[in-house]
Design a protein around this ligand. Sequence first.
Ligand SMILES: *Cc1c(COP(=O)(O)O)cnc(C)c1O
Length: 404
Amino acid sequence: MSWLAEFDTRLEELDAAHLTRTRRVVVPETGARLTVNGRSMLAFCSNDYLGLANHPALKAAVHEAVDRYGVGAGSSPMVSGFSAANAALEDELAGFVQLPRALYFYAGYATNASIVPALVGPGDAIFSDALNHACLIDGARLSKASIHRFDHADLAALDRQLAASPATRKLLISDAVFSMDGDVADIAALHALAQAHDALLLLDDAHGFGLLGPQGRGALAAAGLTGAQASPRVLYMATLGKALGVAGAFVAGPDRLVEWLLQKTRSYTYATAAPALLAESLRAALRVVGSGEGDERRAHLAALIARLRRGLAPGSEAGIDAAGWRLMPSSTAIQPLVIGSNADALRVMAGLQEAGLWVPAIRPPTVPAGTARLRIALSAAHSAADVDTLARTLQVLARGAAGP
Ligand SMILES: *Cc1c(COP(=O)(O)O)cnc(C)c1O
């Protein structure tokens, strides 16, 4: 029998382990509401942290750009795809994050999967936090450098690994805000270790850009390593489909390093450039993020984060702890509630869904086995009442799960 028949069995095994993933067809409504498979739901699953994906200024920028540039970019940025809009965006991104130069990519996954192999290769060494995003891990594998994984945020272990490595070229890679835990990396300490061991530090700030630091300039700015304090050994990468509300990514840092990435990153050279209409909407998004309106949106989000954490505090009426659930210690918009088993996490997700709330259950391999969780993502598009509804519904479900 052909091996192709195995796919039936494999799919059945996924299903038996509660690991089948399903997509839902959504249409945005107003605020954080979505029509999901035809039903109106209050959603806590979007990374549109500032609520910009539906912002009138971003939409207007797209309309104007379509009239001027048309729709598709037509080719790689190395051929004729580097529009005036994309060039202006790169300059503005570099200015915003206060680093010498930026390179704009069509997607974050493709950026990390491809810049890591452009920086290091066989015989070189990569040091990678155990909770790094899949695209950093895939980039490390593609590079064929040796990979040293350290336990999440265990900087003493990292120090030992760096000291023990005979490699001359050492690349340290880390999420700046961890996507499934919501905690922020100790960037100053990572940078100090990079300095001590002559390593290059690559930071992925997908969940901090637009949110952390003064005016939302990102986790590197928050750590004081931009502008006059910019380091020659840091590459800063961030995505543009989350807080910026659009799509794409960029990498920024020292001019010669960015020039090297421009020359050698295969997903940059061999992929069609992002359309100018996206670059123009991103330029509009940057203006909002850096403005007083951006500050207001960040302040509103911070208040919602505090409100949810109060509502789910252990020992409170919530009974979250009695059910054996654990709200992780996060100060960012990512507020994970660890449930435990895959089946239990799916049950809680289903209970919320019945109440009209959509919070995704995240299961292995995205998170370690036994730590299946609800990944609650808050956004400036939520209201205080939305957050109260979520906390109240979770309390009811927790009391049910804890039993009499
Ligand atoms: C979302 C994400 C990416 C991928 O970015 P896309 O633009 O969505 O491809 C990369 N890194 C991290 C940490 C992310 O959360």
